[in-house]
Ligand binder design. Sequence first.
Ligand code: 13P
Length: 343
Amino acid sequence: MSERLEDIAAAMMRDGQGILAADESSGTIKKRFDTIGLTSTEDARRDYRELLFRSTEAMTDYISGVILYDETIRQKAADGTPLVDLLKATGSVPGIKVDMGAKPMALAPGEKVTEGLDGLRERLNEYYGLGARFAKWRAVIDISATTPTYNALKANAHALARYAALCQEAGIVPIVEPEVIMDGPDADHTIDRCYDVTEWALKTVFEELYVANVSLEGMILKPNMVIAGQKCPTQASAEEVAEKTVKCLKACVPSAVPGIAFLSGGQSDEDATKHLSLMNAMGGLPWKLTFSYGRALQAAAIKAWGGKPENVAAAQRAFTHRARMNSLAALGTWSADEERKAA
Ligand code: 13P
């Protein structure tokens, strides 16, 4: 008998914990390793992920779930233990990225649609057997003068809903991720334009989820924050980001959704933490609000590691620090003082 989706989602949304996105595709992890001059081999990717998953304090106290990549969910640690078993031993729920990437959309210049639905039922069943209890699918929505269009928003929302329905059928909690990106080719949009596009994207996604019979109680939303594009000359204050993000989410996300876990999207480590903390400090939110960061949880650790075995402990300390800061943010109690302490 499989666990109830609601119980899995509740375990992923435990107080003061959040999700580690360690599901970089082979192309993306190569880019991350390039920054430290490391060749991306299967063993290097394994060593790096093993380092994270063996960070006992971070994994036990601050991380409730980990999103894995297809290669990683099948990998074994250097001593032969499956990486999934390392995760389970820390109490973290294993998850899996199942989309096959955002591809240029036909007859829609500058827009992308995420692929991966063909054969997804069979892949989900296999991943369930490998231990996955949640999944992730990311849609990419880029802002420019002419995009997004309803055509692309609707196609992406429809794919997210078909993915989410297949997940729930397989006993897997879907993380539904429509990412309005802040660091795309233009990236000069204002925070208010981001608000409007995020609102439009979320309304479209929840309409499609409803039509597809997806149970909102058994899913998690992974949205962007409402924030100006990276190249916009006017950057909003942290308070404005927090306030506009919460306003937008309250307007679009039904309270039946148990949790919202943000992506970091290119924000600095500290901004991603501060914004989340400010939102939780507001109180009175109808859902749990936490993190599902990739870059903002890992950047410092990758840098400290540098691909060298003698730096593993330093990398684990860096990762644990970021995880603890984000745990405080999930409780709304992060402060700059905490950040400097033991940094
Ligand atoms: P970032 O936090 O680096 O944006 O990654 C999160 C993620 O999983 C994107 O799909």
